[in-house]
Ligand binder design. Structure first.
Ligand code: FA5
Length: 341
């Protein structure tokens, strides 16, 4: 008999002896059981080394020896899974025998709820809907044109820096000025007015993005935009709508202030500030009468129509409403904070 054959036979025999001797049955845990299994069939296991001898066997021996090795392998698998079943059964029985207090209260599933921003956003849209505005939706990635150029921002004017922009692509110049994460919801003025003739009264809410970061500024935040175009619309209409809206949102006691300001797409323009009695002013948005140049860019006749527009920070309004000191708290998703609303 060749040396390889005898080493092969001897290897299988000693594995069988170990199996019969209860090699697997001594395992007390699943981990131990797996370690024992690896001693046979792991990369350096005894069966693995025997199988490596196959190459050295004389040709006519390979088939019968291969079969013998296979039978041993099946025995290993059978012993392994029998012991694994037994261990799992024992663990389960031990669990069931352990003291068990049927009077303990059950562990309830905590119901989810809407995020405070989502709630405020629904509330805002509801109020404007009740004031006769139509609700529309728009994309968060938009053309440079819709975000800046057609709103009257001159090309490369430093005003574009007011809203430090995240570009998706910079475009190829001239007609193609690229795409970006919209920096405000005023894109919706261009989109909606280009689509249909006046009169119209529209609101749209959603996420906007800027390179901004402090206690009252977040790089991703939310705005609501509203605009109304008709004949003979005045600043008094704008003020009336804003006042009515903010009273509905915060209750009669809220104080509203319009402060002259500059935005390229309105003239005159103003900031909207709000505060609770005794509190400090929080700038919640911008507003104004839609600039004639915007009307020209969307194909409206500025000598025939007039209109107002406003854009407000939803997160800031939520901060005032719920008394939240830092805007980051709204986006950390800490349930200890979110559960308080
Ligand atoms: C604008 O975005 C103009 N589009 C608003 C507008 C619309 C003016 C229509 C005139 C007519 P402004 O950059 O000021 O304006 O932003 C509006 C509001 O968004 C701010 O008043 C503030 O409440 C909120 N806001 C701005 N930046 C942030 C930020 N980084 N984090 C949270 N809220 C912000």
């Amino acid at each position: 008999m060749s040396d390889a054959v005898s080493r092969f036979d001897e290897g299988l025999r000693s594995i069988l002896t170990e199996l019969e001797g209860g090699a697997f049955e001594v395992a007390k845990t699943e981990q131990e059981l797996r370690e024992i299994n690896a001693r046979f069939v792991g990369a350096n296991g005894s069966l693995t080394s025997v199988l490596k001898l196959m190459r050295e066997l004389p040709g006519d021996q390979r088939k019968p020896k291969g079969q013998a090795a296979n039978e041993v392998k099946q025995k290993i698998e059978a012993r392994f899974s029998a012991r694994l079943d037994a261990l799992l059964r024992e663990a389960r029985e031990a669990d069931l025998k352990a003291p068990f207090d049927v009077t303990l209260p059950g562990r309830g599933v905590l119901p989810g709820r809407l995020h405070p921003i989502t709630r405020v956003r629904h509330e805002l849209l509801d109020i404007f809907e009740s004031l006769g505005f139509e609700v529309v939706d728009g994309p968060e990635i938009d053309l440079h044109e819709n975000c800046f150029d057609r709103l009257g921002f001159p090309p490369d004017h430093p005003a574009t820096d007011m809203q430090d922009t995240f570009f998706v692509d910079r475009g190829k110049g001239a007609g193609d000025r690229g795409t970006l994460l919209r920096t405000h919801t005023s894109t919706m003025q261009i989109r909606e007015m280009s689509r249909r003739p006046p009169p119209l009264a529209v609101v749209s809410a959603g996420a906007v993005y800027r390179r901004d970061d402090d206690a009252t500024h977040s790089p991703m935040f939310h705005q609501i935009e509203g605009f109304l175009v008709d004949e003979k619309v005045t600043m008094a209409d704008l003020k009336g709508v804003l006042q009515r809206f903010l009273e509905r949102l915060y209750g009669e006691a809220i104080e509203v202030r319009l402060r002259p300001s500059y935005f390229p797409f309105v003239e005159p323009g103003a900031e909207v500030d709000a505060r609770r009695p005794g509190g400090s002013w929080m700038e919640i948005g911008g507003c104004g009468m839609i600039h004639p140049v915007v009307f020209e860019h969307v194909g409206y006749d500025p000598t025939k129509v007039s209109g107002f527009a406003f854009g407000m920070g939803i997160d800031r309004m939520a901060m005032v409403k719920f008394g939240v000191p830092n805007i980051k708290l709204l986006f950390e998703n800490d349930v200890r904070f979110l559960g308080g609303f």
